[in-house]
Design a protein around this ligand. Structure first.
Ligand code: G3I
Length: 370
């Protein structure tokens, strides 16, 4: 009897030992997988799908975030440095330093650069719209100024910048209207859009030229953007792509809305890129606007937010991979939760794949585990 007991004891000990070694072996393999996988960058996981990019500032490239940018991305977009105001503050004065810093970083790290943006209603200096005696500039002079700006900037970065957001956000958010009521439109009429593309193409015939906008999954706005870009294409204007900015949130867009947008714009023979991707942890379109201006004091990234966000990132990247023939690039807007343009709305946001310590979040693993 004793020998039977000792046999059973030995057998159960052996079983526990085998189970334990399998369990620790599995965990270490998983950890090893994650640690080895995390040495693989986003761009490596997606090298057979599309270019993975990120918007940056010169300041961030002087911090520890620079290493993450070089490891995970194959393209950079200047968040602000190449907009009209920052790069051309006065009529006869350009400020190249910040833009040059970003282009030099890209060159050093063998990355591509998306130029952003040549013509926009925001961050545009007042001198552009002001005539000699302080009145509103004429259409002819404004188009000449636009041409000089685009020619100077595009020429400077010819060969370094592969794609430009030529015109940004020209369509109004109000479904009853068409073009946004901007100084460009009021002074030049719709013609400023085609002219911008023609000037950019003349300056660099090799650059891929995009029309860029947000809420492109909102059916009403999408239809009016489609009308604009189809009209440009049909008129022989050198437009090559549409940028879906992708300022989404945990509850938008739906898979159907996103697929419809990619299908519609690519049906025109245009490239599609997601140019400013982030998934706000607050509901609503365009990154989750403050509801009635209510300041949200929640400064924690809750487990519920994280779960909703990883589900949204999983869905959109499933769609991106499905349309890899139509989608030529996906660019995140800002590097990590350390800083997001969305933070300026009276509350901290957590819209990206890397946390404030630059570590991959759960959403990162959803994006790369396919
Ligand atoms: O550089 C000045 C600084 O000298 C000054 O002291 C400071 C305070 O006034 O302002 C600084 O400029 C700010 C700039 O960001 C650089 O930080 C501007 O005020 C501020 O308006 C600007 O915000 C940018 C915003 O575009 C402008 O509308 C955001 O960083 C940028 O992320 C955001 O990006 C846009 C895309 O270009 C187009 N799609 C939407 C997206 C989000 O709005």
């Amino acid at each position: 009897m004793n020998s039977m007991k000792s046999y059973l004891l030995l057998l159960s000990t052996l079983c526990i030992a085998v189970l334990f070694s399998r369990c620790t072996g599995k965990m270490s393999a998983q950890n090893a997988t994650q640690s080895s996988r995390s040495t693989k960058g986003l761009k490596d996981y997606y090298k057979n799908y599309f270019t993975m990019g990120v918007a940056v500032s010169p300041r961030e490239l002087r911090t520890d975030a620079a290493k993450l940018v070089a490891e995970h991305f194959a393209s950079v977009t200047p968040e602000n440095a190449m907009k009209m105001g920052p790069i051309h503050p006065r009529e006869n004065e350009y400020f190249w330093s910040d833009a040059d810093t970003i282009v030099a970083f890209a060159k050093k790290n063998k990355m591509k650069v998306r130029g952003h943006t040549l013509v926009w209603h925001a961050q545009t200096p007042n001198w552009l719209f002001t005539g000699a005696n302080g009145d509103t500039v004429s259409k002819q002079l404004l188009l000449q100024r636009m041409k000089d700006h685009i020619t100077t900037v595009v020429n400077r970065y010819k060969g370094s910048i592969y794609a430009w957001d030529v015109v940004n956000e020209a369509i109004d958010d109000n479904n009853q209207l068409y073009l946004r009521n901007t100084a460009w439109y009021r002074i030049c009429g719709e013609e400023f859009i085609a002219k911008a593309f023609e000037y950019a193409h003349a300056a660099d015939p090799k650059a891929v030229l995009f029309y860029n906008d947000y809420n492109t999954e909102n059916p009403g706005k999408r239809d009016r953007i489609f009308k604009l870009v189809k009209g440009l294409k049909d008129a022989g204007v050198p437009i090559h792509g549409v940028g879906l900015q992708g300022h989404w949130s945990v509850n938008n867009p739906s898979r159907e809305e996103l697929e419809q947008s990619i299908k519609m714009f690519s049906s025109l023979g245009l490239q599609v890129q997601v140019t400013e991707l982030d998934v706000s942890v607050y509901a609503g379109r365009q990154g989750g606007q403050l509801i009635n201006g209510q300041r949200d004091t929640s400064s924690t990234f809750t487990a519920e937010m994280e779960q909703q966000q990883l589900e949204k990132y999983k869905m959109v990247f499933d769609v991106f991979r499905k349309y890899k023939k139509e989608l030529t690039g996906v660019t995140f807007w800002n590097i990590s939760d350390r800083y997001s343009w969305l933070d300026g709305r009276g509350r901290k946001n957590y819209p990206l794949l890397f946390d404030r310590n630059l570590q991959p979040k759960k959403a990162f693993w959803e994006v790369v585990n396919f």
